[in-house]
Ligand binder design. Structure first.
Ligand code: NCD
Length: 327
């Protein structure tokens, strides 16, 4: 193996990756999850080298099309593409030009006309990337569509947990906060439950999803809990979500101070979890709102690891989607 290549023997198995797009992980098989995790390990190895660059995507062009603000996701994808030697074109759509169906498709076709092979897309409307994928010749990666899905965040969260726990099966994972409006929660619920974890969603009733449990539930192995001490009891993983301030103006929480008093993840509350509990947050963090600064920077927190693992996982996804493991 040369320093600037991927090592064939590092464990990327011949499990096939047959997806042109990555829109959600709701239909992922466990072997697909495993393949992404193993490929991300190879990418993590690349990232530990003095020269963090391999030629796997040389000659490919990756586009980012973001209709919403983003720091970590967009820069993470851009760096991931550059580490794989792809060319990158960034298009930030201003919020005033939020596209309706046709405009979005036109934009996708324009980017394809300048040679984009993979388009990474974030859009405030649920289903936007599915719509784009229907008309695209390029591969579409969903980097967040409304409150619907954020597949690479869920993959990097799974990867980060697996750096601390032997497997996802049997874990008690608590998602704390506004899971009703969270695309991170929605994608993570699919991944965690598919891999055999039980998921407890905790928060005020108005911020918990409807229709997830009960007879017609889409998901299985999910509990809703409004009492934080019951939710955290024996937890292996606690993921706090950003408290979106706009929820208060929408009347879904009476007062942010009341939320903080009842649901902020503090050291005292965390004591109910397992001693080896892992604390996560997808970012951006509102410190001392949904999580105390002490817990966010404390010994259980893997928040920074999530960001650095995000790079390896996005490299893995770009590599797989462009057919890297088929050569
Ligand atoms: C999340 C997002 O945008 O969906 N952030 C991220 O991608 N890291 C979560 C959020 O905005 O609260």
């Amino acid at each position: 193996m040369t320093e600037n290549s991927l090592n064939e023997n590092q464990g990327i198995e011949a499990v096939s990756w047959n997806r042109k797009h990555l829109l959600d992980i709701d239909d992922f098989s466990t072997s697909e999850f495993d393949l992404v995790m193993k490929t991300a390990d190879v990418m993590k190895d690349v990232l530990s080298r003095p020269i963090k660059k391999v030629p796997a995507l040389r000659g490919k062009t990756i586009g980012t099309l973001f209709y919403e603000p983003s720091t970590r996701t967009r820069s993470s994808f851009e760096l991931a593409a550059k580490n794989l030697s792809a060319d990158v074109v960034n298009l930030a759509a201003s919020s005033s030009s939020i596209a309706k169906g046709e405009n979005l498709i036109d934009t996708v076709h324009t980017l394809e006309a300048v040679g984009v092979d993979v388009l990474i897309m974030r859009h405030p409307i649920a289903g936007a990337s599915h719509l784009a994928a229907r008309y695209a010749k390029s591969s579409i990666i969903n980097a967040g569509d409304g409150a619907h899905a954020h597949p690479t965040q869920a993959l990097l969260d799974m990867y980060t947990i697996l750096k601390h726990k032997p497997c996802i099966q049997g874990l008690k994972i608590v998602i704390l906060g506004d899971s009703r409006h969270s695309r991170v929660a929605r994608s993570n619920i699919w991944g965690f439950t598919a891999m055999g974890a039980s998921v407890t969603l905790c928060g005020p009733r108005s911020l918990l999803p409807v229709g997830l449990t009960g007879q017609h539930a889409v998901y299985s192995n999910i509990k809703l809990e409004t009492d934080i001490s019951l939710a955290l009891d024996g937890a292996d993983v606690v993921m706090a979500l950003r408290m979106q301030k706009e929820r208060q103006s929408a009347g879904l929480i009476p007062d942010i101070r009341e939320y903080v008093a009842q649901f902020r993840l503090t050291s005292e509350r965390l004591a109910a979890a397992r001693p080896d509990v892992v604390v996560m947050h997808p970012g951006p963090v509102n410190e001392d709102i949904e999580i105390s600064s002490e817990v966010a920077s404390g010994p259980h927190s893997v928040i920074n690891e999530q960001v650095s693992n995000g790079l390896a996982v996005r490299m893995a996804v770009l590599y797989l989607i462009t057919g890297g493991n088929k050569e």
